[in-house]
Structures are given as C-alpha cells and as structure tokens.
Design a protein. Sequence first.
Length: 163
Amino acid sequence: MAKKKVESSGGRKQKRDAYSCAASWSLLLSLIGVFVSFYTFLIQYSVSGKSVCANCLDVMKSSYAVFVGIPISIICLVGLLLLFLITLGILSGYYRKENRRIMDEKQAVWVCIILSVMGFGLAVYYTHIQGWVIGVWCIMCVVLSIIVTALLALYLVMKFREK
C-alpha cells in the first residue's frame, strides 16, 4: 500500500511539474510576444518607414492591418499583455484559493485558453490574408502566429495537467 501512495504522489508531482513547466514557457513566450507586437506597432506607426524586413511595411500599411477599426498590432499587444499578466499571477500563486481575488487558478487557465483561441483564430485569418490576398509575408506577423499557436498548446497542457 505504501508503494501506491508513493506512485500516486509521484504522478501528482509529475503532473504539477508539467503544469509549472508549461506555465513558465507560457510566461516567456507571452513576454516575447509583447515585445514583438510592440515592435509591429512601432512599424505600423513609424514615420521612418524602416523595418526588419521589407514585407512588414507592405503588410502593416495594408487595409487588412485594421480589424473592426482597431489596429491589429494593438489587439496583439493587449492580448499578449493580458496573457503575460494572468500567467504571472498563476505562477506567483495570486489565484490560489487562499489568495482568491477575482478568479481562481482554474478559471485563470480557462481565460488564457479563451484568449489564446481568439488569438489563434486571428493568426489563422491573417496568415491566410498575408499568403493569399496580399501575397507577401511579414516575418514579425509569422513569429506572432507561431507564438500564439504555441501559447494555445501550452495552456491546453496546463488545463489537462492541473492539480
């Protein structure tokens, strides 16, 4: 019987380690995403017209760079900043039941999944627009699409590996 306790507590520890690892990677990727989306915002509104790649300006100055009247760079920046702050709260223990403020940890993970699904939907849409409508690829937009896809996968790992 003692063996079963050790195995089951080891299983919980392994689940928690996968959860913490996914949360840590999510924090890092969302922070990188904040910087990349801030850079795309600067490209979109720069007067110098300089960018890492020539195609970025073509994409950022197109009519597709605005979604429902809001620049896509702002949407990405706000979404990734929210993901970063919520993930930081998860890792710091802000959402634990004894510290519960607005939501608990499980609800925080669900909010991250919902935000990531919305971001993934936008990433798929804008990847299609770049490749088949505009006909040019913005490397920063592609990087943001990869980050959002990875974040969705990591938050799903967190959901299925939670305590």
